[in-house]
Design a protein around this ligand. Structure first.
Ligand SMILES: Nc1ncnc2c1ncn2[C@@H]1O[C@H](COP(=O)(O)OP(=O)(O)OP(=O)(O)O)[C@@H](O)[C@H]1O
Ligand SMILES: [Mg+2]
Length: 468
């Protein structure tokens, strides 16, 4: 009897649990059905954009662009905002917080945006805190504008968002790590050089030609596409020390708003390493190889190869020109370098500039600097009158043209006769505690006169030796 009661009790308990499960399942089914029906009859459509796609570990570009777009263009009506301090900036970056409806208008139609976060239902242990949650953006709109949203609105958000990101992003200066010393090929710091074309002292006509060339390059996406060329450009900067080659690189980077990759060739062992470094660079960037003549000859051990370089051994291409099969892993060669510049790298990514600087253009192999590889050869020369005026305004902004006028005549004359680098001229124009503008100009005039005398004496000596 007791056992029958017990079984009866167990039986009714099981029946009760079964009834509960059936109800719950029915509820889920009913809920799904309601959702389906409301979706069918609702005139609104929703699109959800996850922060991370299922397979990739990188944040979705669309998600990031939407975040930037909404925070820049639709933030006005929002009341729930969040602020984050990004790296070394002094102003926080303010964006729209989760669960805040944002209304956007596009070509006379309305769209409703909403950000939300999902947390895992079960306990998940992750290495980094916060990586278990999943964020989404959801946009709702009337089904009548479905095509317009997909064809016009989403690309519009993507474009505007990208522009906001580009505007706010901090540009970086990358340097290559000695191979094998670090898992990353490049290390980076924030690029903070303040040089601009306004502060760059050089012949104004040359300066304008460079700016025009850069402008054309920047706007050249369609042109490069049409003529089937990779969207890249090479500049060779040559001239004596202290004439502003490195300053020009910074001015170009600031003008184009590009990152700079400062490639130290002496830390690169072979062609394979060089290729990896190039491929790891991102678009909208400048790769600069400073003093290319010196870094190559330091890097590459001279070989017994008779085909190497010219007979005087003056070209950097005392390194072998032909491509031996094993060269790629053994050494850095000119052909390897040319292959990288012309090949794979230029095909992947876009908007790249490559700059070589040198004090000795004549030491470079013509193959390396031929047009097409180095599209523009820019000579940075000694400081002449026009360049001096720029330097005077940079270093002595308080001085007016009237005050300068008396000195200009003398300085102009001297600068035509004496070769002094802008770096040396700038040294004299630096205001210090016990040196005012007047003293600066006087010290410059004295230095120029001394240089002129030295030049005259040197000439005299040469003549004497020659005649004697
Ligand atoms: N054309 C210039 N315009 C403005 N400033 C200049 C110019 N040339 C040189 N300077 C000043 O002199 C300093 C040295 O110039 P920079 O390093 O650009 O010369 P460089 O040509 O790269 O020299 P090097 O051949 O030794 O590398 C700069 O910090 C800058 O202040
Ligand atoms: Mg330099």
């Amino acid at each position: 009897m007791a056992s029958r009661d017990l079984w009866a009790g167990v039986g009714s308990a099981l029946a009760f649990i079964a009834a509960l499960i059936t109800m719950a399942m029915n509820q889920v089914r009913i809920k799904l059905l309601i959702n389906k029906m409301s979706a069918y009859f609702s005139p609104y459509i929703q699109i959800t954009i996850p922060e991370y796609s299922a397979k990739r570990f990188e944040r979705s570009e669309l998600f990031v662009a939407i975040e930037a777009y909404l925070s820049e263009h639709c933030i006005r009506g929002a009341t729930k905002l969040k602020a984050e301090l990004v790296r070394e900036e002094h102003k926080p970056n303010v964006s729209v917080d989760d669960e805040q409806e944002i209304i956007d208008k596009f070509q006379g139609t309305t769209l409703w945006w909403y950000a939300y976060t999902e947390y895992p239902k079960s306990q998940v242990i992750t290495v980094e805190p916060g990586t278990d949650k999943r964020r989404f953006y959801r946009v709702s709109f009337h089904r009548s504008i479905r095509k317009k949203v997909l064809n016009d609105y989403v690309p519009h958000v993507l474009e505007k968002g990208r522009a906001v990101i580009a505007d706010k992003r901090q540009r970086c200066l990358f340097t290559n790590n000695p191979y094998g010393h670090s898992p990353a090929l490049w290390s980076n710091v924030v690029f903070q050089h303040t040089a601009t074309f306004d502060t760059l002292a050089m012949d104004p006509t040359k300066k304008k030609a460079i700016i025009d060339d850069l402008e054309a390059f920047k706007k050249g996406k369609d042109y490069y596409g049409k003529v089937g060329k990779a969207w890249k450009r090479g500049y060779l900067l040559f001239g004596p020390p202290g004439t502003g080659k490195s300053t020009m690189v910074a001015a170009i980077a600031n003008f184009l708003e590009y990152d700079v990759y400062d490639l130290e060739l002496t830390a690169v062992n072979n062609n394979t390493e060089l290729r990896k470094l190039f491929v790891e660079t991102k678009g909208k960037s400048i790769i600069v190889i400073e003093d290319i003549d010196r870094s190559i000859s330091l890097t590459v051990k001279r070989t017994d190869d008779k085909s190497a370089g010219d007979s005087n051994n003056t070209y950097m291409t005392s390194l072998p020109k032909e491509r031996d099969k094993g060269d790629n892993d053994i050494k850095l060669t000119l052909s390897g370098m040319l292959n990288v510049i012309d090949g794979l790298w230029s095909a992947c990514g876009s908007e790249r500039i490559i700059i070589f600087t040198t004090n000795n253009k004549s030491k470079l192999d013509p193959a390396l600097i031929r047009r097409g590889r180095m599209d523009m050869h820019i000579e940075m020369s000694y400081c002449r009158y026009e360049a001096f005026k720029v330097l005077a305004r940079n270093y002595l902004p308080e001085i007016n043209d009237h005050q300068l006028f008396d000195l200009y005549g003398e300085i102009r004359q001297l600068l035509e006769e004496v070769d002094m680098s802008p770096a040396d001229v700038a040294e004299h124009l630096m205001l210090t505690e016990n040196k005012d503008a007047d003293a600066c100009f006087k010290s410059l005039v004295v230095a120029l006169k001394n240089a002129k005398d030295d030049k005259a004496n040197a000439k005299e000596e040469t003549v004497q030796i020659y005649t004697g």
